[in-house]
Design a protein around this ligand. Structure first.
Ligand code: FEO
Length: 396
């Protein structure tokens, strides 16, 4: 259903209350999401983005109730991913000649996904589209988070349509960020950044710096997921600058997997050692085969150091640790420290392999790994406590 933002702009998106997984099975959404499309009705009528494919008919039906589709003068597709372009096939089947403004990379991604020769109008940074009382200016934003991404700035109303940038997977009956529980909002904004945008921190920083230098008036930032930033919209720009700058909190996260609890006991003893030295540090202990991977990655993003533990199995480490390490590597995190641990019965190479993986992924290794043969007894657990204490000393 349409929700009016101001005299000219309406939200015409879809709240997806039941969404549990996003990007296939990669991202767990605990509070649903929304696919935000916007309709601008000036002398020209402009649609910005659409919704995810399963909601294509519902979206077009809703849109038809608001405007005669033939009266849509142009569609702006800021990013080709299917959660925003998914209703194009349905929509374009009814208005096949309507121009689609997007970047050259978006033309490639849309053609690659939909195999249609629509009336594409490629745009670059600084290109404008006059729509009557207002002018829209396009700002390419490559790798925020696809090469095809762009933002659109509407003068007069001073609205920045930012697509995935500054979004949150958060379905809400409200439209604005200042209307919802702030803990939920910031938790979801951070989770979104950590799991989607973290690898592109340099581009994020550069793009925001570029936008701030333009000194554009800014009344609102309208992302393509979640709530609209209306009250002090610069706050999310500042927060992104912080997150993009090798972000860390006073937190250490210990992730492990375990077969018969020996590596778990080691994890808990190491945590005890850390706490013995620094009671102010937040310690998270997570089992990668039981805890949700999106939450695990979010905690790792927030940490100044991580410890990764696995028993040695078949000369390697357990599969949930392998998957987690691959995700960690993809985040391209900066300025974080790490070490590894694990129990073993024969060869015991898992902690060394984990250490090497983390080193190659850009982590500074704080300590040699600690490994323990068979089941740790009290003396061995005390060694883990000491290991945690030493490690924490080095982090102080
Ligand atoms: Fe929300 Fe990159 O799509």
């Amino acid at each position: 259903m349409k929700k009016r933002i101001n005299q000219y702009v309406s939200w015409i998106g879809k709240n997806d209350w039941e969404l549990k997984k996003f990007h296939g099975d990669e991202f767990t959404t605990t509070q649903g999401s929304s696919y935000n499309a916007y309709l601008i009705q000036d002398e020209k009528n402009i649609l910005i983005d659409t919704v995810w494919l399963p909601y294509d008919k519902e979206f077009v039906t809703n849109l038809e109730q608001e405007i005669d589709l033939e009266k849509i003068d142009a569609i702006i597709i800021q990013h080709g991913e299917v959660d925003h372009s998914g209703a194009l096939l349905e929509l374009m089947s009814q208005i096949p000649n309507t121009p689609i403004y997007c970047t050259n990379n978006a033309i490639k991604s849309l053609k690659g996904q939909y195999h249609k020769e629509w009336n594409f109008k490629p745009v670059k940074t600084g290109d404008t589209l006059n729509i009557g009382k207002h002018t829209l200016t396009f700002i390419e934003a490559p790798m925020l988070h696809w090469p095809d991404t762009m933002f659109t700035y509407m003068d007069g109303e001073a609205i920045l349509f930012s697509n995935d940038g500054f979004g949150q997977h958060l379905a809400s009956e409200f439209l604005y960020a200042d209307e919802v529980k702030q803990d939920d909002l910031w938790n979801q904004a951070l989770t979104y950044y950590a799991n989607i945008l973290a690898p592109f921190g340099v581009m994020v920083k550069n793009k925001i710096t570029e936008i701030l230098k333009m000194k554009l008036p800014l009344n609102m930032i309208c992302p393509s997921h979640g709530l609209i930033w209306r009250k002090n919209p610069e706050q999310i720009l500042q927060k992104y600058l912080e997150w993009a700058d090798a972000y860390q909190e006073n937190q250490i996260t210990i992730i492990y997997d375990t077969m018969w609890n020996s590596t778990r006991k080691m994890a808990e003893a190491i945590a005890q050692g850390i706490q013995n030295i620094d009671k102010s540090v937040t310690i998270k202990i997570m089992n990668t085969s039981k805890d949700d991977k999106t939450q695990v990655m979010t905690e790792i993003f927030k940490s100044k150091a991580i410890l990764v533990g696995s028993p040695t199995v078949n000369n390697g480490y357990l599969h949930s640790i392998a998957g987690s390490l691959e995700m960690i590597k993809g985040m391209k995190l900066k300025n974080k420290k790490a070490s590894a641990f694990g129990s073993y019965g024969w060869s015991g190479e898992a902690p060394t392999q984990i250490t090497e993986f983390l080193r190659k992924a850009g982590f500074e290794i704080i300590n040699d790994e600690i490994k323990q043969l068979w089941t740790p007894d009290n003396a061995m657990l005390q060694d883990c406590v000491k290991y945690g204490e030493e490690l924490c000393q080095k982090l102080k």
